[in-house]
Design a protein around this ligand. Structure first.
Ligand code: NAP
Ligand code: 8YV
Length: 316
């Protein structure tokens, strides 16, 4: 006897392999294809027991208002700043995310951005392509990572993988967070400004949300100083972008490599003409392997929950 499929809502666009799996395993309704939403919510709304969503669409309270029997939101991504978790809890709705499976891909892109900024890889590539090597001679010398100190803002799951890779590059690692992690081998700074003063590189991998909003601000950039380099792979909202742009333009910091922005996919025009920045379109987890694993976890969280087991990776 075949099991009756549970009705779920795809609140935002998801990668094809995940959509395919959700369509096979559930009665999957795509909100982004619904033309008459009022009619949809009136007829299908009460049947929906789960949401699959992405880090942009989230699960807004106004949407959940239309889904009286919603039980779980399974989100694609480890960061869940687009989801109002207290509101979900109030409604008894479980939230899941996709931690750990993206740590290695994230650490790889972080190191890639660090090296690209340090050794000016985008600029040297352009130099060769423009025929300037033969015409103008060797490219000017750059900095190097060996012996430099890196301060990691947010020594969490991803931050720890970045720290290990920085050590492999013979860098000294220190970190800042709200709490000292006594079993980690790296020196801890409770004060972000003090850490920014002490490091050559500041690498941020903190979550978005109210507690981190614009925590990397003018005072932090001033402390980092003209030789300091900044890398952000966490969330754009954690940085005061106006202050960062001014610091870069006036060479009050040495440079920045950015994978995340405040208003994605819009990148402030001012960054585009600067030579001391490396820009990346939120590519941290964007590998075939990792995105597959993330999708698999979105699917398995829903399946596990509806089979009467605990979800695999609930947001605690
Ligand atoms: P995690 O394990 O929860 O680590 C987060 C770290 O941030 C913790 O060490 C935490 O330490 C610190 N932190 C949190 N709030 C803070 C605050 N107010 N001030 C200072 N430190 C704070 O998370 P993760 O799995 O490593 O992921 C981190 C974030 O990376 C995600 O939330 C997401 O935004 C971002 N991300 C980006 C991409 C991308 O494509 N660019 C991909 C994946 C993830 P304390 O609790 O001790 O403060
Ligand atoms: C995703 C991310 O690209 O996991 C996260 O928090 O930022 C990225 O892995 C994003 O969540 C896609 O929805």
């Amino acid at each position: 006897m075949s099991e009756e499929k549970v009705d779920i809502l795809l609140a935002g666009r998801l990668q094809p392999s995940l959509v395919e799996a959700l369509e096979a395993g559930f009665n999957a309704h795509k909100l982004y294809e619904v033309e008459d939403r009022d009619a949809f919510f009136a007829t299908v709304g009460p049947k929906i027991r789960g949401i699959a969503t992405n880090g942009h669409a989230g699960s807004p309270p106004e949407l959940m208002d239309k889904l009286p029997n919603l039980e779980i939101v399974s989100s694609f991504g480890v960061g869940y700043d687009a989801i109002n978790v207290p509101e979900c809890r109030k409604r008894g709705v479980v939230v899941t995310n996709t931690p750990d499976v993206l740590n290695d891909a994230m650490a790889e892109i972080t190191m890639g951005l660090i090296i690209a900024l340090c050794r000016k890889i985008p600029q040297t590539d352009a130099y060769v392509r423009a025929g300037r090597w033969a015409k103008d001679g060797n490219y000017p010398l750059t900095r190097e990572l060996t012996g430099a100190t890196v301060g990691i803002v947010g020594l969490g799951r991803i931050g720890k993988e970045v720290a290990r890779r920085c050590q492999a590059f013979k860098m000294q690692v220190v970190y800042h967070g709200r709490t000292e992690q006594k079993f980690e081998p790296y020196p801890y700074y409770g004060d972000l400004i003090e850490m920014a003063k002490a490091v050559d590189w500041l690498v941020s991998i903190v979550p978005g949300g109210a507690s981190t909003d614009k925590m990397i601000n003018k005072a932090v950039f001033d402390a980092l100083g003209p030789d300091g380099l900044f890398v952000n792979v966490g969330r754009g909202t954690t940085v005061d972008e106006v202050a960062m742009l001014a610091a870069l333009k006036e060479n009050r910091i040495g440079g920045a490599a950015l994978d995340v922005f405040e208003d994605e996919p819009n990148v402030p025009e001012g960054f585009l003409g600067l030579d001391n920045v490396v820009l990346s379109p939120h590519q941290g987890s964007a590998t075939h392997k990792t995105r597959w694993a993330m999708g698999d976890l979105v699917y398995r969280n829903l399946k596990s929950y509806f089979a009467g087991h605990p979800p695999i990776t609930p947001v605690s």
